[in-house]
Design a protein around this ligand. Sequence first.
Ligand code: 3HC
Length: 301
Amino acid sequence: KRPAGAPDRSLARPVTKVGIVGAGLMASQLALLFVRRLEVPVVLTDLDQERVDKGVGYVHAEIDKLLAKGRINHDKANRHKALVSGAIDKAEVFGDADFVIEAVFEEMSVKKSVFADVEKVVSAECVLATNTSSLSITEMAADLEHPERVVGFHFFNPVAVMPLLEIVKGERTDDATLATAFGTGKALKKTTILVNDSPSFIVNRLLGRFMGEVGRIVDEGTPVPVADSAFAGVAPMPPFMLLSLVGPAIALHNNETLHGAFPDRFYVSPALERVVAARKTSYYGADGSIDPEVEALLETP
Ligand code: 3HC
């Protein structure tokens, strides 16, 4: 059955090569998913060779884990590994891509300049997808020569496990782009939903209320482990573990975007701001208990 709002699937264009801009946490998880599900060449790009190598290395290591678990055989593992590559220069590798997705830093000016660069080296039909979790697709596409090929393609962490994919239509996204996005989402075996181009779409808007309220509870003096344990049994993951999985900086950015759009409804936790300013990437230490440095940041008035 066609998902509500999805255009005629006959308009979908084939995807024979995928480009990924970024080789970080989300980007490398996306590379793994695309190579496993689409079985087409996937090329990751980033600013320097070290990041590129780390991204490709992650994909290879995850394929090795699947092999070790007996989920795939040697032939498939080797085939999938050979399909993933990395480069610094987009012009060298994106020329024949028909689907490029960006998963770089969550900042409008950065995303716009990435798409402007990519547009110079891809065909006019190549879909430009963004994994943004909160930013406007319409604005991201506004200065491009072909804004009609830009679409939101928002995955959730961990990408391999979370079933949902939010597909976001910008004001100028055309039906062929949308059909290609839905077709690709289906090939990736995700549950696709069409969402409005509004701040943080659906999932992160809901999550923003939830995480904002948990942040407020801790700001009011409840210790993180108590807030975490209060949710055992009602949520798949304690809230501060989820926040650490997503990344405190991303979570803060989401809440700031939502607070900017709906100031009466969204809370930006000063403690979370301090955690991000201290460049903490998790609330927990290696032993799974709360990091004492984070604890101190939560207590600082
Ligand atoms: N990467 C890949 N696979 C992972 C993984 C990871 N980081 N973490 C867990 N998995 C896999 C495991 O390998 C296992 O797979 P298997 O059954 O095939 O072996 C499966 O997930 C279940 O893992 P576990 O049994 O170890 O653990 P749980 O049953 O506790 O499930 C979870 C783990 C699926 C991550 C669960 O805790 C969960 O659903 N958490 C909530 C995650 C969530 O809400 N994500 C959305 C965040 S919002 C977001 O991403 C948007 C962004 O824009 C900010």
